[in-house]
Design a protein around this ligand. Structure first.
Ligand SMILES: Nc1ncnc2c1ncn2[C@@H]1O[C@H](COP(=O)(O)OP(=O)(O)OP(=O)(O)O)[C@@H](O)[C@H]1O
Ligand SMILES: [Mg+2]
Length: 492
């Protein structure tokens, strides 16, 4: 049986027809609905098996400023939730072949922070009450019209805005300068924060790459503490410092009698981190036999404690880091290719400090603030020291900078840090080759415009042709750089 409804602004988006529900697409919905400017671009997922219903809700929500996606089955929705940011789910409680309340609980289990609005029929108001008890944020009864859907979506927007403001305040308390406790505003860091925010809401492994001291562990912590399971454990494991023969029992635990001295069973780190995150630092150091066991744990989501006969299911997020060239290790056969691909679903590359020199003053300020607060002092940085620190290449990255400032605070005679208070490595560092002043012949003097040309061409060469970055590093505008290149007759 079919029911035809002429759709007009404000008419029903869904209407009851006998036992089942029949949904009617609202005609020219986009033409009649004005986007509300105060609505932010939130991510909405519509879960409904009926195409027309999905599409009509999508039109309304998109016009309200939601970034909307649809799913026609719970499986599709779960899959989507695994990999995408979702703020609000509009869930039909009557999906064929599934129990709507179960689906709701599963969504909340996977994404506790997501608001779920359930759609119920008049005949099933009772289930709306049950749904609210099971964690639904709101409900809407079918048939509903545009205004009703708009109101419920706007309520959810207001709620999310308040929650995110509260969260922001919490984050700001942690650090006033960056993402979580990460400091830095360089474009590369801003990009990193965006990826961290995305990674925090997925459950895939993340491989964090970066030179020593760039903040790999801090990034791993940020991913964990910005995600929905921040109340669960975050367990860092330094694969490089574990005794090789003990790594397996440390990671996977053991059962009583597994070896001499195993007088009772013990959970491993994987089991201890249940529900949370395990951070495998220096993962490149894992012995090859352990690599296969780790691969199995990730793939099967279960572990086998040492001496145990039965596998134990685990639910833990894996983050891994290394400053080794894992790809080269794979080529040499010291790191399993399949594990590399498993860990490498998402890769985060932290730039070395020398590539984001603009963050150096902020980082120095951050360390000074911490030291001053802890020791009730008023240390500041002198211009001379700051200039040298800006020019230095920081092979040990942020850790080296922290050590340098901490050391300078303890050795400086007054509260201002000068070049003399900095470590030898910095004092010996020369950003530019020494000018031969004494005994230089007049014809060895290079005109300034030639020096400038050399500096510009060298910067472009070093930065592999990235002119924008070159302009930034040289401290000139990109228009100036392009003008100069034109003057040199370079191909732009
Ligand atoms: N962006 C940042 N903002 C503030 N502090 C940072 C930042 N990056 C790193 N640090 C600090 O630098 C130090 C080194 O960071 P971390 O231990 O995370 O580096 P890492 O990459 O894991 O180093 P390694 O490879 O040596 O293990 C820590 O004290 C950390 O707090
Ligand atoms: Mg580390």
């Amino acid at each position: 049986m079919s029911t035809e409804v002429q759709a007009m602004p404000g008419t029903l988006l869904a209407c009851a027809a006998g036992e089942g529900m029949r949904h009617v697409l609202m005609a020219n919905a986009t033409a009649v609905i004005m986007p509300t400017s105060e609505t932010n671009l939130l991510n909405l997922l519509i879960v409904d098996d009926e195409r027309s219903m999905r599409e009509s809700c999508r039109e309304v929500s998109s016009s309200l400023g939601f970034h909307t996606q649809v799913a026609d089955s719970p499986e599709h929705a779960y899959h989507f939730l695994e990999t995408n940011p979702v703020d609000v789910v509009l869930l039909d409680l009557r999906l064929p072949g599934s129990n709507g309340l179960e689906v709701l609980r599963e969504i909340k289990r996977r994404r506790p922070e997501t608001l779920v609005i359930v759609m119920t029929g008049f005949a099933t108001v009772q289930s709306a009450v049950q749904a609210m008890k099971s964690g639904a944020y709101d409900y809407i009864t079918k048939p509903f019209n545009f205004d009703e859907l708009r109101m419920v979506l706007e309520r959810s927007t207001a709620h999310l805005k308040l929650t995110s403001e509260n969260r922001l305040m919490r984050e700001q308390l942690k650090s006033r300068n960056g993402f979580g406790s990460l400091v830095g505003h360089a474009p590369e860091m801003e990009k990193l924060y965006r990826i961290i925010a995305k990674a925090a809401h997925s459950s895939h492994p993340v491989l964090i790459l970066g030179e020593s001291g760039t903040g790999k562990e801090l990034v791993a912590r940020s991913i964990h503490y910005s995600g929905p399971y921040r109340d669960k454990p975050f367990l860092p494991v330094d694969c490089g410092s574990l005794v090789p023969s003990l790594i397996e029992s440390e990671l996977f635990g053991y059962v009583r009698g597994a070896f001499t001295g195993a007088v009772r069973s013990k959970d491993g780190l994987m089991a201890t981190a249940e529900g949370g995150t395990i951070f495998l630092d220096e993962v490149g150091e894992l012995p090859v036999d352990l690599q296969s066991k780790l691969l199995r744990a990730i793939q099967e989501k279960e572990i086998r404690p040492v001496g145990g006969t039965r596998p134990v299911p685990i639910n833990v997020r894996i983050l891994a880091a290394t400053n080794r060239d894992l790809e080269a290790a794979v080529q040499q056969g010291s790191f399993r290719r399949d594990l590399y691909f498993r860990l490498n679903v998402l890769t985060l590359r932290i730039p070395p400090l020398r590539e984001r020199a603009q963050d150096i003053p902020l980082l120095i300020g951050n360390v000074l603030e911490r030291i001053n607060a802890a020791t009730q002092t008023q240390h500041t940085i002198g211009d001379d020291a700051l200039r040298l620190m800006l020019a230095y290449n920081w092979p040990g990255n942020v850790r080296e900078l922290e050590n340098c400032v901490e050391r300078a605070c303890t050795t400086c005679s007054f509260s201002t840090i000068h070049v003399a208070d900095l470590p030898t490595a910095l004092r010996n560092f020369q950003a530019l080759p020494k000018l031969e002043v004494q005994g230089a012949e007049p014809d060895t003097i290079t005109p300034l415009d030639q020096l400038e040309k050399q500096a510009i061409l060298r910067a472009i060469d070093v930065l592999k042709g990235d002119k924008l970055q070159a302009a930034r590093r040289l401290g000139i505008g990109k228009t100036t750089l392009y003008r100069k290149l034109k003057e040199y007759g370079s191909v732009i």
